[in-house]
Design a protein around this ligand. Structure first.
Ligand code: G3H
Ligand code: 13P
Ligand code: NA
Ligand code: ZN
Length: 328
């Protein structure tokens, strides 16, 4: 059944686990997530980014997720809009039937300029008032995603802050977070701790100076009842990079967020863990391998099948690692 995000995150908090929130763009990704959820008995959050809406169209995304809800009636599913850039975009998703939206007011609606705190509070508050009247959950974001190694915003997927950022912008301030939650009444708060979207997060296995789990602990100490969201949480498994390289791909050396760091964060209030890149890497590795090993095949069903299997494997691993398995 379609459920609100609030419902799932409250359950996750009561029972001390985290939920992976997977980005979806096509049929095979939706199927992979649902099969993984079914096999592990996990609740599901599927989310559509602006890029997904551009690629597939919002109606296709809506009905793909709706098809999942109907095909797996026993599994609770959240249909979430990822990184809404304005109240108007969030309203569009709500009108379309999404059960949860993110108002990302950390950036202006151009997706590039860092917003003022006052702007962020205003737009987020506006979305909460509109959404809560209809039983829809809202995720807000405070702090700017980007790298503490380069002090650059997150540019890999075409949105993210321009220019050089400060440590203050790249690490969410706990006091300001408390004020933000009090003023906006968001259901979940995305924070900045040094992660960024995409495959190129860290140039080495991250340590506390470039991935601040410590900052999550400080925010949680100040806001023990707030559901925290981690963006840019793909782990970028080295074996997937290796497989992509082995079958003709060109991936530079890079590191993601280790699963153990996410597990630590889940002890301190992180309830939603956003993952897109790991599914992309898994599918690409599988497609490359299949086409390399079967150069005469040309039916997309034949290479989409191992891609779907590989995505499912990643989803199962995250459901289990975050403690969501068995919680549906
Ligand atoms: O928001 C970040 C997700 O990884 C989605 O990326 O805009 O390329 O779909 P995208
Ligand atoms: P990754 O690029 O690390 O998978 O992050 C996805 C995300 O945060 C979507 O909002
Ligand atoms: Na990056
Ligand atoms: Zn994100």
């Amino acid at each position: 059944a379609l459920v609100s995000m609030r419902q799932l995150l409250d359950h996750a908090a009561e029972n001390g686990y985290g939920l992976p929130a997977f980005n979806v763009n096509n049929l095979e990704q939706v199927q992979a997530i649902m099969e993984a959820a079914k096999e592990t008995n996990s609740p599901v959050i599927m989310q559509a980014s602006a890029g997904a809406r551009k690629y597939a169209g919002e109606h296709f995304l809506k009905y793909l997720i709706q098809a999942a809800v109907e095909s797996y009636p026993e599994i609770p599913v959240v249909m979430h809009q990822d990184h809404g850039q304005s109240p108007a975009i969030c309203k569009g998703a709500i009108d379309l039937g999404f059960s949860s939206v993110m108002m990302d007011g950390s950036l202006m609606s151009d997706g590039k300029s860092v917003a003022s705190y006052e702007y962020n509070v205003d737009v987020t508050k506006e979305v909460v008032q509109m959404a809560h009247a209809l039983g829809i959950s809202v995720e807000g974001e405070l702090g700017v995603l980007g790298s503490l190694e380069t002090m650059q915003g997150d540019k890999e997927d075409g949105h993210g802050a321009d220019g050089t950022l400060t440590r203050e912008q790249l690490l969410t301030d706990p006091e300001q977070a408390a004020d933000f939650v009090r003023q906006t009444q968001v259901d979940a708060l995305a924070i900045a701790i040094g992660t960024s979207h995409g495959a190129y997060k860290f140039t080495r296995k991250p340590t506390g100076d470039i991935l601040s789990i410590q900052r999550i602990k400080e925010i949680h100490a100040r806001l023990p009842n707030t559901h925290i969201v981690m963006h840019g949480s793909s782990s970028v498994p080295q074996e997937l990079l290796e497989e992509i390289r082995q079958f003709g791909g060109d991936m530079k050396e890079t590191y993601g967020v280790p699963v153990e760091e996410i597990q630590e964060a889940i002890k301190y209030g992180v309830r939603k863990v956003n993952i897109d890149t790991d599914i992309r890497l898994a599918m690409t590795a599988a497609v490359r391998r299949f086409l390399f090993e079967n150069p005469s095949k040309f039916d997309p069903r034949e290479f989409n099948k191992p891609a779907r299997e590989a995505a499912k494997k990643v989803c199962i691993a995250r459901y289990e690692a975050f403690g969501a398995a068995g919680q549906a």
